[in-house]
Structure formats: structure tokens, C-alpha cells
Design a protein. Structure first.
Length: 456
């Protein structure tokens, strides 16, 4: 396995994340990590404590990364916040009802209409026309709202415009008034003209039946967001966090419990992802943003927040300095969320794969495919003989492929309320070599304990 000379003086981007120890040790560089990491294994196998937590801690610590984290499960929120605190970072938790919200609309009707398209997900062929109709209508309503004033460009106004005819008529009058005061060839004038033309030439020409079908598709998207706590956090014009703050090192955690907010979670996660991806892509075009800080996009329990558009986006954000770190229950659980060929394409985006114990046949088949070029080193049959603190790793470090069983010590950050150790919680703390200045001073000495984490 490959090593690196340890030095704390390296620039954050040149440090690495170390997995394992002694003879089974891999040092993944920032570049290796932008080839994205997927951690697989059954529930309780160790994905979060043995791989996700230690890797995230090193990314925030040594690599100095900003982070955008999707956490469908509540335990992970507490763990991530603690990991961020230990790395001397501010974590912002955004969940339904929280005071700070996330800016889900980009401000461009064309871009936002595409987000909506994604959020509506896969539809049967028979519904495709209604879906296209809904997206076109949403785009033109957003244009109308934008033309009336940026303060109208919110989910609430969008919903009112779509479903309250009187409100729509009033806004249209306002937009038309604004239009008269504008320079004829300006972009704003064009935006309003488009919106008004769409309504006159198309929307109002549709049969009542067609309009009903389109309205139904729109309500499927906007209806789940009509929840008091969701409205408070995501749809009002309020105290919003810009995703750009990840470039300053902020750790943003988006927590929408899947069990409570099923279809709303799907819509919000998908839109938040699109916002994040667009922000990453636009980084280079904006010299005011930090251009070099690594950013991690972390997804715990990916099967609960996977979307179709990830497949393309994971490939694109790589060149913008984004490392994707995901855990998933198993390949089967991904197949149950998206069609097979989409999942297979999504899996292609993860070069670095870490397997914990599992009896999921689809996961074992993936392990088999990943490692058949290096027979003997690791194989599905060896998986069952591993201890709890071991994982099968299929990694690419520089130009080298590494297939090995790697010891991964747990990073427990919060007490285990369910496990046997619940009566005597252990809370060892990560040690970040070369990161002394950035540590949180609170109760530092008495809480420090040794772990296997090192920054090479
Ligand atoms: N703070 C802790 N202290 C001791 N054991 C823990 C702690 N947190 C989790 N564990 C144990 O570690 C094992 C793996 O948990 P985890 O990494 O969360 O699994 P996964 O993410 O794969 O579902 C479980 O048996 C769990 O009970
Ligand atoms: Mg877990």
C-alpha cells in the first residue's frame, strides 16, 4: 500500500485522508477523493462510525474542506455537528422549522424550472406531456414574478399565482405596468413579454381539461411544500443561507427526516442538490469566491436521497473541486429507489469503494465486478471472515489500484444509545496533526483521547 511523508506544513489541498494502518494503509489525496467515495454495508455494519465519520473528520480537519451534507437520519446530524465542532468549524443545521432556511431558488426562471423537472422525478410516458406542460408553465410564472419584482420570486407567490386566479390577474397587471417603464430591448422587458405571450398564446388557449392536467402536475410538486414548518424554513423570503458559504469553510447540514416528510423530502433534497451543483459549477466564474478550498458533498444513507440528475452532476462537480462521500445500505436499496440503469450509471461515478459486511446479493455482485482484475487480494468470500473493524477497500490512489482488507477504527462522536456500550459511553476525539490553531478551546484537554486518525 502506498504511503506519504507526513508533514503538517503541506497546503490543505496537498494533504491526504488516511485509511487503515501499518501494512494495510491508503493515503487518498484530494485528487483521489474527487473521484468520489461510496461506503456500502448492511445496517449496523460500521459504515458511519468506521468510514464516514473518520473520512469526514479528516476532510474537514486536514483538507480544510467546506461541506454540504444531506442527513436523512437524525443520529447523523448530531455526529456531523460534533465532527465540525472538533474541527473548529461552524455547522448550520437546516431542517423543517429551523430559523435559518436554504435558498432553493436560483433566481433564474430557466434554471429553476429545470430543478422542478428533476424534483418531479420519473413519470410514466403517458404523463410526460403533462409534466412538460407543468414545467413550461412554472417557468413562465417565475418570469412573471421576476418581472414584477425580485421579492415576488418565492415558492409562496409561485403557488398563489398558479392556484389563485385573482392573485394571478393582479400580478399580471403589475408586471405589465413595470413593462411599460422598461427599455424596449432590455432583458427584463423580454422576460415579461415572454411570460405574457405564453399566457395569451398558449395557456389561455388550452382546453380546460389540458389546464387541469397541468395544474395537477404542478400541485404534486408544490403541495408537499405546504406544511407550516417547511414553509417557515424553505419557502418564505427570510434568513437564508447561501450555499456559496461552503467556499468559506461552512458546514451546511440539511436534515429532512424521510419518515415524516416523504414526498416533500424528495422535492427538497433534489432541489437542494441542484442548487449545490450549480453553485459548484459557477465557482470558477466568480473570482470573489475562494477558488481552492476543497468541498465535500456528503450523503449518509444515499438510498434515501438519490435523484436521477446525480448521475451527470457527480461527474461535473469533480472538476470544481468537489469530493462526494456517500454511504448506502446496499446496491439493492438503490435499485428500489431508481431504475437499474440509472443506478448502474450513478455507481460508475464512485471510483473509491469501501465494503462492510453485507449479504445483499447486488452489493456482493458489485464487489465481485470491482475486484475481478485482482484475484485473491479480496473477494466476496473473504467479506464474512472480517472483523467489525475491517472493510474491503477497492481504491485508486494516483495511478495505482488497491484492493485490500483495511483495518478501520471507529470514530465514535456521540454515545451509542442502542448498543451494549450505552451504559458507559466512550467519546474519543479526533486528533488533527497540524491543526492545533483551529481547535475549539472548550474542554479540550480532558476530552482528548487517541484514535487512529492521522493527516498525512
Ligand atoms: N458511540 C458509540 N459507541 C459504541 N458503539 C457504537 C457507537 N456508535 C455506534 N456504535 C456501534 O457501532 C456499530 C456500527 O454502527 P454504524 O457505524 O452506525 O453502522 P452503519 O452506519 O453501518 O449502520 C453498531 O453496532 C453500533 O451499535
Ligand atoms: Mg449509518
Amino acid at each position: 500500500m502506498q504511503g506519504r511523508t507526513s508533514t503538517a506544513r503541506l497546503a490543505p489541498r496537498d494533504r491526504s485522508v488516511v485509511l487503515g494502518d501499518g501494512t494495510a494503509r491508503a493515503a487518498l489525496s484530494f485528487n483521489d477523493l474527487t473521484r468520489h467515495t461510496l461506503i456500502l454495508g448492511s445496517s449496523g455494519a460500521g459504515k458511519t462510525t468506521r468510514a464516514f465519520n473518520p473520512i469526514l473528520a479528516q476532510m474537514l480537519g486536514g483538507l480544510d474542506a467546506g461541506a454540504f451534507i444531506l442527513a436523512p437520519k437524525p443520529e447523523v446530524v448530531a455526529e456531523v455537528v460534533e465532527i465540525a465542532r472538533q474541527a473548529g468549524r461552524e455547522a448550520l443545521v437546516i431542517q423543517p422549522g429551523s430559523e435559518v432556511g436554504l435558498d432553493l431558488l436560483s433566481g433564474s426562471p430557466d434554471v429553476d424550472a429545470m430543478y422542478f423537472r428533476d424534483a418531479l422525478g420519473r413519470v410514466a410516458d403517458a404523463d410526460l406531456q403533462a409534466l412538460d406542460g407543468a414545467v413550461t408553465r412554472l417557468k413562465n410564472v417565475l418570469r412573471m414574478l421576476l418581472g414584477t419584482g425580485r421579492q415576488y420570486y418565492t415558492f409562496e407567490h409561485l403557488s398563489s399565482y398558479c392556484f389563485d386566479e385573482q392573485y394571478a390577474a393582479t400580478v399580471r397587471v403589475h408586471a405589465a405596468e413595470h413593462r411599460r417603464a422598461m427599455l424596449p430591448n432590455s432583458e427584463e422587458a423580454w422576460t415579461i413579454d415572454e411570460a405574457i405571450n405564453y399566457e395569451d398564446a398558449r395557456w389561455f388557449q388550452f382546453t380546460a381539461e389540458t389546464r387541469r392536467t397541468v395544474q395537477f402536475a404542478i400541485s404534486q410538486l408544490l403541495e408537499p411544500l405546504r406544511d407550516a414548518r417547511i414553509a417557515k424554513t424553505f419557502t418564505h423570503q427570510r434568513d437564508l443561507v447561501g450555499i456559496e458559504s461552503v467556499f468559506d469553510g461552512k458546514v451546511i447540514v440539511l436534515h429532512i427526516p424521510r419518515a415524516e416528510y416523504d414526498s416533500a423530502a424528495q422535492v427538497l433534497y433534489t432541489m437542494a442538490k441542484r442548487r449545490f451543483f450549480t453553485t459548484m459549477e459557477r465557482r470558477r466564474a466568480n473570482p470573489a469566491l475562494d477558488q481552492t478550498r476543497p468541498v465535500v458533498f456528503a450523503l449518509d444513507e444515499y438510498q434515501l436521497c438519490i435523484s436521477e440528475s446525480d448521475i451527470q452532476s457527480f461527474g461535473i462537480v469533480r472538476s470544481a473541486g468537489c469530493m462526494v462521500l456517500a454511504t448506502a445500505h446496499g446496491v439493492s436499496s438503490l435499485y428500489s429507489a431508481l431504475p437499474r440503469h440509472h443506478v448502474d450509471a450513478a455507481l460508475q461515478n464512485f471510483t473509491q469503494k469501501i465494503f462492510f459486511k453485507t449479504d445483499d446479493q447486488e452489493t456482493l455482485a458489485l464487489l465481485d465486478r470491482a475486484t475481478h482484475h485482482s484475484p485473491g487480494a479480496i473477494s466476496p468470500s473473504l467479506l464474512f471472515g472480517m472483523s467489525r473493524d475491517q472493510a474491503m477497500c477497492h481504491l485508486t490512489v494516483g495511478d495505482d489500484s488497491i484492493d485490500a482488507i483495511v483495518p478501520l477504527e471507529p470514530l465514535f462522536v456521540i454515545p451509542d444509545y442502542l448498543g451494549e456500550t450505552a451504559r458507559e459511553p466512550v467519546r474519543p476525539e479526533a486528533t488533527f496533526v497540524g491543526e492545533e490553531q483551529r481547535r475549539s478551546p472548550r474542554r479540550r484537554k480532558d476530552r482528548r483521547a487517541s484514535t487512529s486518525l492521522r493527516i498525512a
